[in-house]
Design a protein. Sequence first.
Length: 307
Amino acid sequence: MQAILASPRGFCAGVDRAIQIVERALEKFGKPVYVRHEIVHNSFVVEDLRKKGAIFVEELEEVPSGSTVIFSAHGVAPAIVAAAQQRSLRILDATCPLVSKVHYEVQKYARENYKIIVIGHNNHPEIIGTMGEAPESCILVESIQDVQKLTFSSQDKLAFVTQTTLSVDETQEIITALKTKFPHITSPPKEDICYATTNRQHAVKTLSQNVDLFLIIGSNNSSNSKRLVEVARTTGIDAHLINTAQDINPAWLIGKNNVGISSGASAPETLVKDVVSRLQELGVSTVHEEKVIEENMTFALPKDLRN
C-alpha cells in the first residue's frame, strides 16, 4: 500500500500571514493579545497560539479597553471595526487580502445601487463580514434552489460575489443558474474563490484518478477542508475529513492500495507528517508527493508589524 501526498496542500498565503500577525503581535506588544474568532479554522493552530499568549474571544465586549485585538482571516463587518475603535482598542487586521477584495466589491456595488447576491454558507464568519459591508443590499444564496426563489426583474441592477472557500464546481453551477435567470447580472472582475481553494480542489480531483481512498486533514469547521472531501467523493472514491492522525480508522484501509492525502488551507504540515507516520504503522510502505500546481503567493504583513 502506498500513500500519495497532494501538492499544493496546507497553509495558503492568507493563513500564513494571519498566524504571523498573531505571533508578531505577541512579540511586539506582549501577552496577551486578543483575537476575535479563531484566527483560522484549525484547532491545532488555535491551541498553539493560545499557549503562546493569544486569547480567543467571540465578542469585543470580552476584550479589555486599550488592549490589542486582532481580526481573524475571515474578515469582519465595518460595524465591528467601528466598535473596536470606540473602545480604544489597538486593531490589527488579519483579514485575508482575497477576502478584503470581496469586501471592496460589495462596497463598490452598494455605492452604485446594485442588489448584491452573495453566494456562500449561512452564518460562516466570512459571509457575515462580507454581507456586513452593505446589509441592506445583500441577499444570500446557498444553492440553485435559492436562486429559483429570487424575484428580481430585468430592471433591477444585480451583481454577485462569492465566499472564497466554496466548491469550484458547485459554485459554477449556481453562477450559471443566476446568469440564466438574470442575463443582465454583473460578475466580479475576477472570480472570488481564492487561488488556494481552487488549486487544492484541482489537486485532489487529479489525484483521485489514481487512489481509492482520500484522507483530508482539517478541522470540522473549516469550509475549504470540507469542500476537499466533497470534491474527492464526487469522483466516486471513499474520502474522510480527519483532524489528526488519531482520527484514522484502520478499517478504512482494508482492501485499499493507494491512499491520497491532502490538507485544508488552515492545516499545518506537522499534522500531515503525523498522518503519514500513522499510515506507515498501519501498512503503508511507500510515500511520494505529486505536484499538480506550483504556488508562490505571499502577502505582506501590516505596516505596524513589519521589521
